[in-house]
Ligand binder design. Structure first.
Ligand code: FE
Length: 344
């Protein structure tokens, strides 16, 4: 009698466990540089639709090293990251594996995914010029214009060695070659109001404070500043500028990506690919792009109203693979021209 009572208890307990979709359909583990507020609503929707439990570890640095150190024992299936530079570095470091998926290949344009299918873009952001509303009377601009001596002492940017800067400089190399880019970079450096420092938003603060008139920055920071409740002074910084999308008349504005990769030793590979495919879907693209004021990679999904309010632009259609290939040369140029020393 005792034995059968135990058996019933066990069965009941198992039934309870199995009724929980997380145990029935397994897990997927994500290491993420993208912030929890952005990712968690997506994962909740994914779990509701598939029954797969999604676990996330968030960090601001060191995730690639952690995946590498964990080796074959890594719990991580997916890495969510930003910038093609970081995604490509992870690939070169051997911590990713290729994913062959008709859904990913259909949803994500070829210029936003790795030629060896080891990383995939999910959202795009443009590297634009923030222009002072008070002191700059322009409707359009080019990156080339930033080297014009008429802007001497009026330009601000973060470090030339930051991934965002390197992406832009690499796109310049991909289009114009190293020599022309070097001359351009020297011209940009000569126009700097102060030594490159701070982040993208602090350049806009410098415009607000009257220290410079033009700054380089990523688009989504405009949305973050415009809606910032925690630091309302950032709303004032945002009001002092408008976005100019460079080279919209020509080759288009430089865009970079946030993206994802499947780790080499992913323990839940099938579930991870399901999550990757979900993240490329129209439903997820809309949530993901809206959450951080970015642009969806999926062409027929609209950006948010705030993002649309900055105006239409033509993204540079060049492949991010070409930009990744030119990053090393771009980084060397930044050192050669001593960009981070600022204007002489
Ligand atoms: Fe950023």
């Amino acid at each position: 009698m005792k034995k059968s009572a135990l058996a019933i208890f066990t069965t009941a307990a198992m039934a309870t466990v199995l009724a929980s979709p997380s145990m029935a359909d397994g897990d997927v583990n994500i290491y993420s540089y993208r912030q929890p507020f952005l990712i968690e609503p997506l994962l909740d929707t994914f779990t509701k639709e598939t029954g797969i439990r999604a676990n996330i570890i968030f960090a601001t640095q060191g995730l690639e090293a952690r995946i590498k150190a964990e080796g074959e024992n890594t719990p991580a299936d997916l890495l969510l990251s930003t910038d093609v530079g970081r995604l490509e570095a992870a690939k070169q470091d051997g911590i990713a594996q290729p994913v062959q998926s008709d859904i990913l290949n259909k949803n994500i344009p070829q210029n936003f995914r790795d030629k060896d299918s080891q990383w995939f873009g999910l959202t795009t952001r443009a590297r634009v010029v923030y222009a002072s509303n008070e002191r700059v009377d322009l409707d359009s601009i080019t990156y080339e214009d930033l080297a014009d001596p008429k802007w001497k002492g009026r330009l601000c940017t973060r470090s030339g060695q930051h991934d965002y800067s390197i992406g832009l400089f690499a796109s310049m190399i991909a289009h114009k070659g190293v020599e022309e880019t070097k001359i351009w970079l020297e011209g940009v450096k000569a126009n700097l109001a102060h030594r490159p420092n701070g982040n993208d938003r602090s350049q806009v603060k410098s415009i607000y404070a009257g220290e410079c008139d033009l700054a380089l920055g990523n688009t989504y920071y405009m949305g973050i500043m415009q809606t910032n409740q925690n630091e309302p002074e950032q709303q004032e910084w945002a009001k002092s500028v408008r976005i100019l999308f460079p080279n919209t008349e020509g080759r288009g504005t430089h865009v970079n990506i946030s993206g994802m990769l499947l780790t080499k030793h992913a323990p839940n590979k099938d579930n991870a690919i399901k999550l990757m495919e979900f993240l490329s879907s129209a439903e997820a693209q809309q949530m993901y792009a809206e959450g951080n004021y970015e642009y969806p990679v999926l062409g027929d999904v609209e950006p948010s109203e705030i993002v649309k309010s900055w105006g239409d632009f033509k993204p540079d259609p060049i492949s991010l693979n070409e930009i990744a290939d030119a990053r090393k040369a771009a980084s060397e140029l930044v050192d050669v021209v001593d960009f981070d020393a600022g204007a002489d």
